[in-house]
Ligand binder design. Structure first.
Ligand code: BES
Ligand code: MN
Ligand code: ZN
Length: 485
């Protein structure tokens, strides 16, 4: 595990800690945070001098290293005070961990910048997320520097530990996704679900190929025909909310997508190890639930297989029958994510009476064209659910953008010879076609939203809390925010 997993909090001040790097702050109006003020006085105005020389402005993203009383002090620019919200705190905390890693310092402490510990959760999240590295396969002796401890000074809020638990769960999702297809297999996802179930007192059910095929999950079974790696249909139930209806989260667990017989081009095909990021999001969320034990009912479903080209592989033109009885004409075996999700959504709709269903999937290359790595494309059937998601997006800082599921789009996935086909009109509105297809498998009247995370799940630009290029764990923070509202 190449990240810190615990963040301590203590009422102690900067001169009572032996952390190797101590972070304090200054706002853009040159006003110091309380500990920065104390250090400035103790150092006979070291910060004031730097301000007078014009080096310290207090702008967002600034960081300056000072040495005071034998301690390394990182003075961070916090920007405008009225804009210094939870998202800003998370980024600043991430910078603290990143700076320590960069300078090979293994312990950090940062001041609690809140008036009332209102941002302390973000502090815990940012410190953990910024400390994340994926170095499990590096064998050189200089490759393994990791951060060992982090502390928040000047407060002892339990929100710090809560944030750290959430940060850990995001890192857990990143690890699942960053490990390649020969490590993160469907069996490995089932094992991860078992670890979560044990930790959180959850019920785990795993159906294997024979079981889900016999049960009538013809779409998942169809996709799985091309691989010898055992596919799994994984269900985790966390019931700690009395008789409230369960909230259901579904994640695409396609552990490697070669495209099947409609094979993908070789360039960048390696990236398709990330095609299980939807499952990473929902398992990461369950991991946080296991740690935090909120009073809610949540069911997590992960259909998982590879999409390969074995001798028995399904073919363009084949017709599959999904768990809800609908028939699907397969026009492109590379549109496999919607097929395995079809059975998961139909299963969720039949066996539960959910408050709502959310699904997460790296479903279409088209969403990357539309929204880049910046935002997740969302679409659904219920305005009030969508509004809640928009609020959770704002407060978590994980950006979404809504696409319309208008009837004109929904018609495009009707087939001439089966109920539906697994593609819309070629070259047009591809992400919406994916959503329109999935809608066919959600029970009538169940509020549902689909998250197409193909752009956001990996490869986003680096911030202090986002790793460069690799898996981001997108969605864990937004969903946790959502589940608790
Ligand atoms: N896993 C891919 C989507 C994807 C592509 C994610 C590129 C990230 C980057 C999905 O299974 C897929 O192949 N979708 C096809 C659908 C098409 C054949 C209708 C796509 O987007 O090209
Ligand atoms: Mn595909
Ligand atoms: Zn895929």
């Amino acid at each position: 595990m190449a990240h810190i997993s615990i963040v301590n909090s203590t009422k102690k001040s900067w001169n009572e800690t032996d952390a190797g790097l101590i972070a304090v702050g200054i706002y853009q109006d040159k006003k110091f945070t309380p500990m920065a003020d104390a250090i400035n006085q103790a150092s006979n105005g070291a910060f004031t001098e730097a301000i007078e020389l014009g080096d310290v402005k207090g702008k967002t993203g600034e960081s300056h290293l000072f040495y005071v009383d034998g301690k390394r002090i990182l003075l961070l620019g916090l920007g405008k005070k009225d804009k210094f919200d939870s998202n800003a705190v998370q980024l600043v905390a991430g910078t603290v961990s990143r700076t320590a890693l960069h300078k090979k310092i293994d312990s950090v402490a940062m001041e609690c910048f809140c008036e009332d510990c209102e941002h302390c959760q973000s502090c815990g999240e940012g410190l953990v997320l910024g400390s994340y590295q994926f170095i499990d396969y590096k064998t050189g002796k200089d490759d393994g520097f990791i951060l060992k401890s982090a502390t928040v000074l000047g407060c002892d809020s339990p929100n710090v530990a809560k944030g750290a638990a959430i940060g850990n769960s995001v890192c857990f999702a990143r690890d699942l996704a960053n490990h390649p297809g020969n490590t993160t297999t469907p069996s490995r996802l089932a094992e991860a679900a078992k670890e979560i179930a044990d930790e959180g007192g959850m019920k785990l059910t795993v159906f294997d190929r024979e079981e889900f095929t016999d049960m009538g999950m013809g779409a998942l079974a169809g996709v799985a025909l091309g691989t010898d790696e055992p596919p799994k249909f994984i269900i985790l139930e966390y019931m700690n909310g009395g008789d409230a209806k369960p909230k259901i989260i579904v994640g695409k667990g396609l552990t490697f997508d070669a495209g099947g017989i409609s094979i993908k081009p070789a360039g960048k095909m390696d990236e398709m190890k990330y095609d299980m990021c939807g499952s990473a999001t929902v398992l990461g969320t369950m991991k946080a639930i296991a740690a935090l034990k909120p009073k809610i009912n949540v069911v997590c479903i992960v259909p998982s297989t590879e999409n390969l080209l074995g001798a028995k592989a399904y073919k363009p033109g084949d017709i599959l029958k999904a768990y809800n009885g609908k028939t699907i004409e397969v026009l492109n075996t590379d549109a496999e994510g919607r097929l395995i999700l079809a059975d998961a959504l139909a299963y969720a709709s039949k066996h539960y009476d959910p408050e709502y269903i959310l699904d997460f999937a790296t479903l279409t290359g088209a969403v990357l064209v539309t929204l880049g790595h910046i935002a997740t494309g969302v679409m659904g059937t219920d305005d009030s659910l969508m509004n809640k998601i928009k609020l959770a997006s704002k407060s978590s800082g994980e950006k979404i953008w809504e696409f319309p599921l208008w009837p004109e789009f929904c018609k495009q996935i009707k087939s001439d010879i089966a109920d539906v086909k697994n593609m819309g009109t070629p070259g047009q509105a591809g992400s919406i076609a994916g959503g329109a297809f999935l809608k066919e498998f959600v029970g009538e009247d169940i509020p549902w939203v689909h998250f197409d995370i193909a752009g956001t799940a990996w490869g986003s630009k680096t911030t202090s809390v986002d790793p460069k290029g690799s898996a981001t764990g997108w969605g864990v923070r937004l969903v946790l925010d959502m589940l608790n509202s």
